[in-house]
Design a protein around this ligand. Structure first.
Ligand code: G6P
Length: 368
């Protein structure tokens, strides 16, 4: 694996553009594309026997885990508890024999995640780990390792590791659903097909949204605060979008569940705080659209990331609308991560920050 920037200005940009390939590579590890089914062995955790799953991680890996929670609960009917590892390790959660713990980490070395793993291990809980570095400490100490095949990630702000974590979590949620009998063969094949087809469009989507996002980012770089909103699996993505933007552009950003708008952030809405709304035209779209109306009514500027149907359904004037292809629900978090990453990247480039090495941040946090 040659680790250089190739034709890209930054590792982060290169890693964003590697996603079509590495997500495919990762999916192929868990899914038999030819047969259209989840491979045996994806369920090394004996999901059928569990009554609870605890997920814990830090930073971007935590937001991937949060999306995983929606999937395990929806598709496999498996209740999930999720914490940032620095809280999990100290919060004295009762651990029972019928639970397993899943840790998500790019580096496999993050101190709090590792400490949480050891805490669970000491209590006799089965441990799964989604890691990008196969020879890492977390990989070595887990009972079951689920690799992300993202290749080395150099940019401090995680991009390709995140979407590969989502690919693994989606596959594991489907494997768990299969094991628990909550997914028919037909549903399995439909969802697997959606993932297999979804990854084919990632490259084209990156290329097609790039010019528009560059334009938008030039504008965004003039602002001091940005709010991200989303519902369902787009809520963790809103959190991830805000994290990415603040990490590398140093613009203050917050992510909120769209339904929480009324419980706080609405007080801040004015023309000085753009609101990025992540809203594919899914079951929750109407709800999010009404939150957008509330923002517009207060003079807020909206950047809408949606699909054709969603764009047609809203009549209000946006600062920018980014239209993505319509995809199945299980694909949206991976697809919508792409424009979200590009917005952070291009805004940071306009700000002139050190994109790959943002101030005060480390790629791997091995101290508490
Ligand atoms: C640091 C990195 C983030 C990463 C987090 C967790 O904060 O800057 O990009 O998401 O650590 O790291 P891990 O290696 O455990 O995924």
């Amino acid at each position: 694996y040659v680790v250089d920037k190739g034709n890209h200005r930054h590792f982060m940009e290169k890693e964003i553009y590697e996603q079509p390939e590495v997500v495919t590579h990762t999916l192929a590890h868990y899914i038999d594309f030819a047969k259209g089914e989840i491979r045996d062995g994806a369920d090394k955790l004996d999901f059928a026997a569990l009554d609870r799953l605890a997920i814990s991680a830090c930073g971007t890996a935590y937001y991937a885990g949060l999306i995983g929670k929606y999937w395990f609960e929806r598709y496999a009917r498996l209740p999930v508890e999720i914490d940032v590892a620095s809280e999990f390790r100290y919060r004295e959660m009762p651990l029972t024999g019928k639970m397993a713990a899943l840790f998500v980490s790019q580096s496999g070395e993050t101190a709090d995640t590792l400490a949480s793993l050891r805490y669970c291990k000491g209590e006799g809980v089965a441990i799964g780990a989604i890691v990008n570095v196969a020879e890492s400490t977390i990989a070595r100490e887990a009972d079951a390792v689920f690799p992300t095949l993202a290749g080395p990630e150099i940019g401090v702000a995680s991009t390709k590791a995140f979407t590969c974590q989502l690919a693994v979590l989606a596959s594991l949620a489907l494997a768990a659903a299969k094991a628990r009998g909550t997914l028919t063969r037909a549903q399995e094949s439909e969802m697997v097909q959606a993932l297999v087809e979804g990854r084919r469009i990632f490259g084209e989507v990156l290329r097609s949204v790039q010019p528009r996002i560059e334009r938008l980012s030039r504008e965004l770089s003039q602002y001091k605060d940005v709010l991200y909103l989303g519902r369902g699996t787009n809520y963790p993505l809103a959190l991830e979008g805000a994290l990415k933007l603040k990490e590398i552009s140093y613009i203050h950003a917050e992510g909120y569940a769209a339904g929480e708008l009324k419980h706080g952030p609405i007080a801040l809405i004015d023309e000085a705080m753009p609101v990025i709304v992540i809203a594919p035209h899914d079951k929750l779209f109407e709800k999010t659209a009404s939150n957008m109306q509330e923002v517009a009514a207060r003079g807020g500027r909206i950047i809408l990331i949606t699909d054709e149907k969603g764009a047609r359904a809203v009549s209000l004037k946006t600062m920018e609308t980014i239209i993505l292809p319509q995809v199945a629900d299980i694909v949206t978090p991976i697809l919508y991560a792409l424009p979200v990453q590009l917005i952070a990247y291009h805004t940071a480039v306009f700000m002139g920050t050190d994109v790959d090495q943002p101030r005060n941040l480390a790629k791997s946090v091995t101290v508490e």
